[in-house]
Write a protein that binds this ligand. Sequence first.
Ligand SMILES: NC(=O)C1=CN([C@@H]2O[C@H](COP(=O)(O)OP(=O)(O)OC[C@H]3O[C@@H](n4cnc5c(N)ncnc54)[C@H](O)[C@@H]3O)[C@@H](O)[C@H]2O)C=CC1
Ligand SMILES: O=C(O)CCC(=O)C(=O)O
Length: 414
Amino acid sequence: MAKTSLDKSKIKILLLEGVHQSAVDNLHNAGYSNIEYLPTSLDEDALIEKIRDVHFIGIRSRTQLNARVFDAAEKLVAVGCFCIGTNQVDLDAALARGIPVFNAPYSNTRSVAELVLAEAIMLLRGIPEKNARAHQGGWLKSASNSHEARGKTLGIVGYGSIGAQLSVLAESLGFKVLYYDVIAKLGMGNASQASSLEELLSRSEVVSLHVPDLPSTRWMIGEKEIAAMKPGSILINASRGSVVEIEPLAAAIKEGRLNGAAIDVFPVEPKGNNEEFESPLRGLENVILTPHIGGSTLEAQENIGIEVSEKLITYSDNGTTVTSVNFPEVALPAHPDKHRLLHIHDNVPGVLSEINRVLSENGINISGQYLQTNEKVGYVVIDVDKAYGPQALEALKKVQHTLKIRALYSSQNS
Ligand SMILES: NC(=O)C1=CN([C@@H]2O[C@H](COP(=O)(O)OP(=O)(O)OC[C@H]3O[C@@H](n4cnc5c(N)ncnc54)[C@H](O)[C@@H]3O)[C@@H](O)[C@H]2O)C=CC1
Ligand SMILES: O=C(O)CCC(=O)C(=O)O
C-alpha cells in the first residue's frame, strides 16, 4: 500500500456545532476516520481540554477560538469555519502559530438573501403582529401601516456577496435598491450607490445590514443612525450582533418611530437551544426575532459541509492554502513520486536560504519549490525527489523562526 504522510487514522478531527453530515461523509471518503462530532459548541475551558490532541477543527459561528485556545492546541494544523463570518476566530493568533483558517464564503449567501426579502415583505404588511393576534383569537383586519414592496426603497448596507444577491432579488419584486459600501461598487441592475450611510438611512423604507464584524462596523447603527432613518421605516439585521445597538432600536419601535424590525443576530446569543434567549426586543410588535438562522437551510449547510471539508482535506493531503482567510495562498500541483515538505515561518529575511542550506547539507535535492508570504508569515513548500532521514526534518524544525513543519510523502510508490 502507498505510504502516506501521517497515518490518516491518527489525524484527529473535531467537528462542533452540528456541521452538516456532508462534511463527515466527505472526510470519511477521503480516508479520515478519526472524527469526533458534537452537535453543540464548547465553552472555553472544555474546548481547551478537547483541542489538545486535535489536528483539524471544524466550527460554525458560536465557537470562540482565541489565543488561549490556540496555545493549548499544540497539534492543530488548520481550522475550518463552516460559515462565512470568521470573527469568532482570532485570525492573527492562528497565523502566528502557522495555522490557516478556511471558510465558506458563498454557500449560504442565497439563504440569507431569501430570508431578508421575505422578512421585508412580511414587515411592510405588519404580518408578525396580525399573525400573533390571530393565534390569540384576535382579528386585525386593517390596511393601516400595510404597504406593497413595489416602488419602495430598500437600502442595503454592505454590498458584498449577500448584499448584491439581495439587490437582484429585491429589484425583481419592484423594490428600488440603494446601497452603501466603503468600496465603490457597480450596482446590479438599476441599483445605485449612496454617497453616505446617512443618505441611505434617510431615503430607505427598508434598511438591511450585510457588513462583516469589523472594528469599523461595531455599533454602526446606534441611536443617531436610528434617528436618521425615515419615520415608519424598517430595520433588518442578519449580519452580526455587534452591528446594531439593541436598546435604541427597541426604544424606536416602542415609540412607533420605526415600523418594525427583523433581527437574526444579537450582541449576546444563547450557546445552545436549551439556554434562554434574552433581549429587550422580546414581545415587541412587528418585530421578527430569529435564532441566527439566516444561513441555516439544508441546501446551504450541505454545500458548506462539502466546501469546507474539501478545503481541509486539500490542505491536509497536498498543502494548498487557496482561499484561506488569514494565510499566504499557495496553489499546489499533485506530487506523485515526490515527498513534500511544508515549512511555515515568520516572514523575516534569511529563513529561506537557511532552509535550503539545511536541505543541501542533508543531500536532499529540490525538485520544486513554492513560496508565498504575507506581512507576518512565509509558507514554503518544497518537493524533494529523494528519501531523507528524520535528522533532516529535525534540522528543518530547528531553523530559527520556524512556526510549523509538515511532511507529506508521495502518494505513489513511496
Ligand atoms: N445571519 C447569518 O446566518 C449569516 C450572517 N452572515 C454575515 O453577513 C456578513 C456579510 O456577508 P457577505 O455579504 O458574504 O460578506 P462580503 O464580505 O461579501 O460583503 C461585505 C461587504 O461589506 C462591505 N463593508 C465592510 N465594511 C463596511 C462598512 N463599514 N460600511 C459599509 N460597508 C462595509 C464590504 O466592502 C463588502 O462589500 C458576513 O460577514 C457574516 O458576518 C453571513 C452568512 C450567514
Ligand atoms: O450557520 C452558522 O452557524 C453561522 C452563519 C453565519 O453567521 C455565517 O455564515 O457567517
